[in-house]
Structures are given as structure tokens and as C-alpha cells.
Design a protein around this ligand. Structure first.
Ligand code: AMP
Length: 270
């Protein structure tokens, strides 16, 4: 695996493989790899000739400074993990490489980006969309891989890719969960054991919603009931979203940690 830090070197490294007709798969990440990232990388590996993983904690998608400052980072461990997972190129740009002095162009993704996560984190999807479009432009992949865990992110990126006629396919891998049901997230490390026990209401609420939907009961009411019954958490939102498919989505706070989860209501893998 090659670790590359500049845009120019990534472009250069991909010229020859692209010329040979190799299919390039891109997995954008912010690092602190867990099994969710590995599942995405594995899916990209299986569908591509060459896998590029980007590792960049994108400041423009954080609105809280403390959240950015405390985001977990371990490039060395990530590089080992990526190498073992069969990644060909690990692209680790600096902030100055992605946002050099004078940088002043942003992708503004519209109504879908204003609700739910977008309402809770103003500017979040503008930052996500901008960095993803830059990565698509740098790597020019045939496919880019995203997790269902961030369902609204998938919907926003699909919208942007369609609206800008970008020549790549967005592929989605199901959410990977710990044995207790909690969706894997780089932020889970911040949960104390007590907080983690409280946070389990989130996957339970998603399950209750999906079960209610299967019984033709009210999925939203079922999920809300589970969250409301757990006094240790604050509900940011719980809602039915019309993404590509109807999706039950929720965000909660437990202590200083914010967690999101979702479940597709069409019965497919979430
Ligand atoms: P992040 O590094 O958190 O920005 O995540 C990078 C990619 O991994 C995004 O497309 C996420 O949706 C995806 N991802 C994060 N957590 C999970 C998970 N538990 N299961 C599947 N994909 C995930």
C-alpha cells in the first residue's frame, strides 16, 4: 500500500492504472478505523481493481470546534489496518493540501441538507459535499463507497452527483453493529460503560420502529416510545425521512456524545 499526501501524487499514481482500464473504487473516511470502515473497504475491494481510501478529518464539516479537536486520530494504526485490508492507496492530505490559502468555492446541497443532521449541524453537508466532490475530482473513481449508517449523507451525495452529472456510481454498504446492537462509530470511544448502556436505547428504538412497520403499526411512535422511556438521553430528533426509500432516522445525545442511527423501512439491509 502506498501512503500519499498530495493531490498531484495521487493523480500521478492513478494515471497508469486508469490507462490500463482498471476500475478505481474510492472509500472516503475520517479515519479511526473500525469494522464499519473495513466492511466498506471490503466491498470496494471486491468490486474494484484498485482501492483508494482517503483519510481526512475534514474541518469544514464540523461546526463545533471541540468536536473537531477531540475527534479520534491514529494514522499509524489506520495505515496498518488499511494495508491488511488490501487498500492500494491511502490518501492522507493535510488541511492545507485540501484547503490551500485562498480556497473559496463550496458545494451548497439544497433542501435535503437543511433537515435532520443539516438542521442540527448547520453547514455540515456543505462541508461534506465539498470535500467529497474534491475527492471525486482528485481520484476520479468508478465507484465511491458510503455507509448506510450515515443515510442522509448518502442521500445528499447522491443528489449532488446526479445534479452535477458526475461520472461515478455511489454504492452503499449496510451498517455494521457491535454485538449489543450499537452501530459502530469512531465516537463510541467517548462513551463510558454507563453511557453506552443508555445509548443502546437508540438501536432498540430503530428495531422497534422496523418491527412496528412490519406489523403495519406506527414506526415513528414505536421508536419515540423507546427513546422517551430512557431518561439518560436527550433526543435531538427522531423522524421518518423520505430518502431513496422511507427511512426511520434518529439522533441522540448521551453525556457529551452525539450518536445517530437509522433503519430502512422497506425491509432491506440497513
Ligand atoms: P467516517 O470515517 O465516520 O466519516 O465514516 C466513513 C464512512 O464509513 C462513511 O461512509 C460512513 O457512513 C461509513 N461508516 C461509519 N460507520 C459505519 C458503520 N457502523 N457501518 C457501516 N459504515 C459505516
Amino acid at each position: 500500500m502506498r501512503i500519499i499526501r498530495t493531490v498531484a501524487e495521487v493523480r500521478e499514481a492513478l494515471v497508469e492504472p486508469r490507462g490500463r482500464g482498471q476500475l478505481i473504487g474510492l472509500v472516503p473516511t475520517m479515519g479511526a478505523f473500525h469494522a464499519g470502515h473495513l466492511a466498506l473497504i471490503g466491498a470496494a475491494r471486491a468490486a474494484s481493481d484498485l482501492v483508494v481510501v482517503s483519510l481526512f478529518v475534514n474541518p469544514s464539516q464540523f461546526n463545533a470546534r471541540e468536536d473537531l479537536a477531540r475527534y479520534p486520530r491514529d494514522e499509524e494504526a489506520d495505515a496498518r489496518t488499511a494495508d491488511e485490508a488490501g487498500v492500494d492507496v491511502l490518501f492522507v492530505p493535510s488541511e492545507a493540501e485540501m484547503y490551500p490559502d485562498g480556497f473559496d468555492t463550496w458545494i451548497d446541497p439544497g433542501a435535503l441538507a437543511e433537515t435532520l443532521e443539516g438542521a442540527a449541524r448547520p453547514g455540515h453537508f456543505r462541508g461534506v459535499a465539498t470535500v467529497c466532490i474534491k475527492l471525486f475530482s482528485i481520484v476520479q473513481p468508478a465507484t465511491a463507497w458510503f455507509g448506510q449508517k450515515d443515510a442522509q449523507q448518502v442521500a445528499v451525495i447522491r443528489r449532488v452527483v446526479a445534479d452535477l452529472d458526475l461520472p461515478l456510481e455511489i454504492r452503499v454498504a449496510p451498517t455494521v453493529r457491535d454485538a449489543d446492537g450499537l452501530a459502530l462509530s469512531s465516537r463510541n470511544v467517548f462513551l463510558s460503560p454507563e453511557e453506552r448502556a443508555v445509548a443502546l436505547a437508540l438501536p432498540r428504538a430503530m428495531e422497534a420502529g422496523a418491527a412496528a412497520q412490519a406489523d403495519r403499526r406506527d414506526a415513528l411512535a414505536a421508536a419515540r416510545g423507546v427513546l422517551d422511556a430512557e431518561p439518560g438521553l436527550t433526543v435531538d430528533y427522531v423522524a421518518l425521512a423520505e430518502f431513496d426509500v422511507p427511512t426511520l432516522v434518529a439522533a441522540i445525545r448521551v453525556g457529551s456524545t452525539r450518536l445517530i442511527d437509522n433503519v430502512r423501512l422497506d425491509g432491506a439491509d440497513s
